[in-house]
Design a protein around this ligand. Structure first.
Ligand code: HEM
Length: 302
């Protein structure tokens, strides 16, 4: 990908417009066709032979072609970058150094992120057909599974995806733990990770009620009752989840809004913070790679 800045020659071009037109130039950008071909290295076979640029065999000078292509403001990315100025950030992100010995275990974080994105996309499609009212919820799930085009597939992806995401997040956490990545200066990122873990589990818990069949209803009743027994804040959190002392129609809509708005929003924001911290500190080298011992650095100076 190239993020080369387009040349800023607009003004110079307009000053030269008149002269160029007299010489049969392309009035739109103030450069003659000859000049543009010359700049980009895109010479016609005849012109190349005439000017002797490619040894008379009609082949284009590749170096010149590359230089020219980099200069011509043709790419949409270039247009965007000129306005958004994102290329330094993207470059720093994509070309950052990674430690020697980086291996497949380091892909678990990105895999978790991919699982989250997949959950978000499939969830959006499910939300188009799901009805979060106690009377219609179960029915709408049946409609998605049996009647909506690819509904069973999308629902299956979302259902299994939640399990996959939980597995991946635990594997990623284990990797960072066993590689000692929770130590200084990455403690804050570990803490952000812990919140992400709790939120991911909360996604699973709130989503489980949504089909509103016997199993999901009673499993949630049990889950919320367990929550009630947590010290101090337990009963308050349980009341908040139920939207009162009892399970009512509002409980379902509350779970729905937590499941599709609040928790994914928090996860998205925290993933941003998590990745920022990964970029800031870099990734930890595998523990079996020790730093070279340099005697001059080991000497103690008072
Ligand atoms: C939605 C959940 C999560 C996502 C999307 C995510 C994503 C990532 C990514 C992409 C990386 C960089 C690549 C890698 O090392 O795998 C990373 C690094 C890290 N993650 Fe996560 N993560 C999540 C959850 C967690 C959890 C639950 C913990 C721990 C409690 C955690 C702790 C860390 C730490 C300490 C690093 C730095 C690793 C290092 O320096 O080598 N993350 N995370």
């Amino acid at each position: 990908m190239s993020f080369t800045r387009p040349r800023q020659e607009g003004n110079a071009g307009s000053r030269r417009d008149g002269a160029d037109r007299e010489n049969g130039a392309d009035g739109a950008n103030g450069r003659s066709t000859e000049e543009l071909t010359e700049r980009t290295g895109l010479m016609s076979r005849g012109a190349a032979q005439r000017d002797g640029h490619a040894g008379g065999n009609g082949r284009v000078d590749r170096e010149k072609l590359k230089r020219g292509a980099a200069e011509v403001p043709i790419s949409v990315v270039g247009w965007l970058d000129e306005r958004a100025g994102m290329s330094p950030t993207l470059r720093a992100m994509l070309y950052r150094k990674v430690p020697k010995g980086t291996n497949w275990f380091y892909t678990l974080g990105s895999a978790t992120m991919f699982a989250f994105v997949s959950q978000a996309v499939t969830g959006i499609f499910l939300a188009m057909y799901y009805d979060p009212s106690p009377v219609k919820a179960y029915e709408s799930i049946g409609h998605i599974t049996n009647e909506v085009f690819a509904g069973e597939l999308v629902r299956g992806m979302h259902r299994w995806g939640s399990t996959v995401m939980v597995l991946l997040i635990f594997m990623h956490m284990a990797r960072t733990f066993f590689f000692g990545a929770y130590k200084y200066p990455r403690e804050l990122n570990w803490l952000v990770g812990v919140v992400l873990l709790v939120l991911t589990l909360a996604m699973g818990f709130t989503g489980y009620l949504l089909p509103f069949d016997q199993r999901s209803y009673w499993a949630t009743v049990v889950g919320v009752n367990i929550q009630t027994s947590a010290p101090f804040i337990g009963p308050y959190v349980a009341d908040f989840l139920r939207a009162g002392p009892d399970f009512t129609a509002t409980t379902l809509t509350r779970f729905y809004s937590l499941h599709m708005l609040l928790i994914p929003g928090l996860i998205g924001g925290l993933i941003g913070a998590h990745l920022y911290l990964v970029m800031r500190h870099g990734t930890t080298a595998p523990p079996w790679l020790r730093a070279e011992k340099k005697p001059e650095l080991a000497r103690e100076e008072i």
